[in-house]
Ligand binder design. Structure first.
Ligand SMILES: Nc1ncnc2c1ncn2[C@@H]1O[C@H](COP(=O)(O)OP(=O)(O)OP(=O)(O)O)[C@@H](O)[C@H]1O
Ligand SMILES: [Mg+2]
Length: 348
């Protein structure tokens, strides 16, 4: 007899095979497939990432998730928690960008009654709430430098003081952080502390943007079509070919969240059996008119300079920044390489 999970993953395989007409994508090779059921994808790179997530999750290391807004960082953080030995304790998600410094300190560390005007009773902070569990710090790149210092101290000492208290509190928290900023750039600009970065980036996960996931725009669009059609009790059966073409060629800066909202809004508007262009929001149609030629198969077409920069970066990483060896591989002089490294800000 098939378990619920078997049926769910069979459905996923069939759905993906059906919609893509390509080789089936399956979560079957994973150790914890049930944890990834909600993260819909048919992209092989995402499957590879799930395998890494499983390995990282079993350790108690800090994990840093890199990815654009709406690309699913929080879903991955939850998956890490669900796999980890901490799964029966709290998962506390905090958006680091949404607090001013003072508020962050009192919310993060908690406070004692009377420690500031308005502190009418003792309050546990996020750190204590997450004790024994996982603290997910989203938009870590938004934390101010003084708060970064405080956070690093807690991570190193595994204890802290509530605001207004002289008693230290011991905690056992796993940190999963996420960023949509390039933290290497933030470190260069003096906005992010290197020591905190290395403490957080022990295991790194890079989530690709939706536009780079093979087949996912169509797969997810069809999934959201069926979800919202049910939710709004409509009888829309398919997405028209011109709409699918526009979707596939769009860059989706807001990633899966943007695609989901777009289909949601279009379903509300559409009254026929097919989702047509006329039902799409005008911001989207305007964007499609502005940059139709910049994308090819949903991928942003890079300028020659961008390609050169990416390639030099890759070679430097491969040679551990050995300029002599890198210049040889690239077929240019060492002097010329040094000038390009400077131009593209690729110094280690
Ligand atoms: N692969 C996916 N399958 C289904 N839903 C997804 C997927 N990826 C993201 N979503 C949905 O898109 C929304 C955004 O996802 P999430 O909050 O995880 O993104 P994020 O990277 O943390 O975004 P932000 O940078 O804005 O915090 C959520 O509603 C989430 O459920
Ligand atoms: Mg998020």
């Amino acid at each position: 007899m098939l378990s619920v999970l078997d049926i769910a993953s069979q459905k996923q395989v069939l759905a993906k095979k059906g919609s893509m007409g390509e080789k089936p994508f399956s979560l079957a090779g994973l150790k914890y497939p049930e944890v990834f059921q909600e993260i819909l994808t048919c992209d092989s790179e995402m499957l590879r990432i799930f395998q890494h997530v499983e390995k990282f999750a079993e350790t108690d290391n800090s994990v840093l998730i890199w990815g654009e807004s709406g690309s699913g960082k929080e879903l991955i953080a939850r998956a890490i928690h669900m796999i980890s030995k901490r799964k029966d304790n709290n998962f506390i998600a905090v958006n680091a960008g949404s607090f001013a410094d003072d508020l962050f300190t009192s919310e993060f560390f908690g406070h004692e009654r009377g420690s500031f005007t308005g502190a009418v009773k003792d309050k546990k902070g996020f750190l204590e709430e997450a004790d024994g569990g996982t603290l997910f710090l989203d938009e870590i790149g938004e934390l101010s430098l003084p708060i970064q210092v405080k956070l690093l101290r807690v991570l190193q000492e595994e204890e802290f003081y509530r605001l207004g208290s002289t008693h230290n509190v011991k905690i056992d928290v796993r940190i999963v952080a996420a960023t949509n900023k390039n933290l290497f750039d933030e470190i260069k600009r003096g906005k992010f502390r290197k020591d905190l970065f290395f403490r957080l980036n022990i295991n790194a996960i890079h989530l690709p943007p939706l536009r780079e996931r093979q087949g996912d725009v169509q797969f997810l669009a069809e999934h959201f079509l069926s979800e919202f059609t049910k939710q709004y009790k409509k009888s829309i059966e398919r997405i028209s070919a011109p709409v699918m073409k526009l979707l596939k060629n769009y860059s989706f800066p807001g990633n899966v969240r943007e695609l989901m909202n777009l289909i949601n809004s279009a379903i509300v508007v559409e009254s026929g059996k097919e989702l047509r262009k006329d039902s799409l929001p005008s911001y989207f149609l305007d964007q499609c008119r502005v940059q139709p030629e910049v994308l090819f198969n949903g991928q942003k077409l890079k300028s020659l300079q961008e390609v050169e920069k990416d390639h030099i970066r890759m070679v430097l990483e491969h040679t551990n920044h050995n300029k002599t060896v890198s210049a040889k591989i690239l077929g240019i002089s060492r002097v010329s390489l040094i000038s390009k490294v400077k131009k593209y800000e690729l110094e280690k």
